[in-house]
Design a protein around this ligand. Structure first.
Ligand code: SAM
Length: 384
């Protein structure tokens, strides 16, 4: 546990520039618990060693241990558990293993497909490897889902966490290891047939008040193009030629950085967001400002939508990472906590699991500031 430090001697003009963010830090000071025991729960390292979770080395994954903690401590109410940003499927797979009903939504179809493949009953057949240059046509010719899952797992291992290809095609050893892993894991039947559906967290394909709890990790605010990591297996899944997949990847990066869609609800965003936008636009970083504006506008939509699908009394844990973009400090956890309150959640607490970068920056009177990775614990108020 660490103490937060309050400094002195701050110039008035500096304070004015950060006043809304400083106020936010004050507002939530009592609710922030700094606890690095949670650090390993917000990273995917735990998942790499666990059966069923180890299929996809996914950079954005959180730990199955976090999901177990959620089931044990969050105080669920009856209903399904929802993960609107399902990613590699950690929540639904762990819930299925524990016998709890859960549904995930995920924007990338290949991730949902691979999460759902964890529920297959048949293992892949013993494999006779094709020549490395023929492995794509090998994928296309397979009709057996477990076989396809195994090829995807092998393909995923040819990409680094940064999205760089290590080799042109999965070498035979990777295919053999993926075969052993998939066969071993499918021999452990799940207790429930939980599903991930392809969908948008801003418009969840779910009925009102269906959920007794939510645990999720939205993409972090960053200029990093995460789709690089999945574009390769996505191309395989859709039978898209790899050249085409590279084009898609470039388009996604361009869209993220230069021409994002215009957010129309900016007036609903907290003052801290406007302060960040003024800072970025004032310094000429208009594309970055657009990313920030769209991110929080989308997150607000997700919070409103979450409130719609959750039942009174239900908990919602959001793992949220802050950012530092062009010297603008962005406390995404506190901004989302404030937006959650605005739309009708109560905030039970905010656990600071780790600092994304060690810094000694001063924010008004508050010193030692750097972006946090936190678990914001919301709850839907009980009905009167
Ligand atoms: C931080 S990852 C979630 C990781 C997940 N907790 C796990 O353990 O693998 C965020 C995921 O949200 C997905 N995503 C981004 N925008 C989305 C949207 N609007 N609706 C649904 N999913 C979305 C991304 O494709 C990504 O897989």
């Amino acid at each position: 546990m660490q103490e937060r430090k309050w400094g002195k001697n701050v110039r008035i003009d500096q304070r004015r520039r950060v006043a809304a963010r400083e106020a936010l830090e004050h507002e939530f000071d009592e609710l922030v618990l700094i606890d690095d025991a949670w650090e390993t729960l917000v990273t995917g390292e735990g998942a790499r060693a666990e059966p069923l979770h180890r299929w996809l080395p996914y950079r954005q994954q959180f730990s199955p241990e976090l999901v177990r903690k959620f089931f044990a401590d969050a105080g669920l109410v009856p209903g399904i558990v929802v993960d609107p940003f399902s990613g590699s499927g950690t929540t639904v797979i762990e819930a299925a293993r524990l016998g709890q009903a859960a549904v995930g939504t995920e924007a990338l179809p290949v991730l949902g497909w691979l999460a759902n493949a964890r529920g297959l009953r048949e293992a892949p057949e013993p494999v006779t490897p094709p020549e490395p240059e023929n492995w794509r046509s090998w994928w296309v010719s397979q009709s057996h889902p477990a076989q396809k899952a195994m090829i995807l797992c092998a393909a995923a291992r040819t990409v680094t966490g940064e999205g760089k290809r290590k080799v042109a095609a999965p070498p035979w050893e990777l295919i053999r290891d993926a075969h052993i892993m998939v066969a071993e894991d499918l021999a452990r039947p799940l207790k429930r047939p939980n599903r991930v559906v392809t969908g948008d967290a801003r418009r969840m394909p779910l009925a009102d008040r269906i959920a007794g709890g939510m645990v999720t990790s939205p993409p972090y605010l960053s200029r990093y193009d995460y789709t690089r990591v999945t574009s390769f297996i996505e191309a395989l899944h859709r039978n898209t030629p790899l050249e085409e997949s590279r084009k898609v990847q470039v388009t996604a990066a361009v869209k993220q950085g230069i021409k994002p869609p215009k957010a129309t609800d900016t007036h609903l965003l907290p003052e801290a967001v406007h302060e960040i936008l003024r800072g970025l636009e004032g310094a000429g970083h208009r594309a970055d400002a657009a990313i920030v504006r769209n991110y929080f506008s989308d997150m607000r939509k997700v919070l409103v939508e979450s409130l719609r699908v959750l039942r009174p009394g239900a908990p919602a844990w959001f793992v949220i990472g802050g950012a530092d973009i062009e010297h603008e400090y962005i406390p995404s956890d506190l901004i989302c906590a404030a937006m959650g309150r605005d739309v009708g959640f109560t905030v039970d607490g905010i656990i600071e699991a780790r600092r994304l970068r060690l810094g000694q920056r001063q924010l008004g009177f508050l010193t030692g500031i750097s972006p946090r990775e936190s678990i914001v614990r919301f709850r839907v108020p009980d009905e009167d």
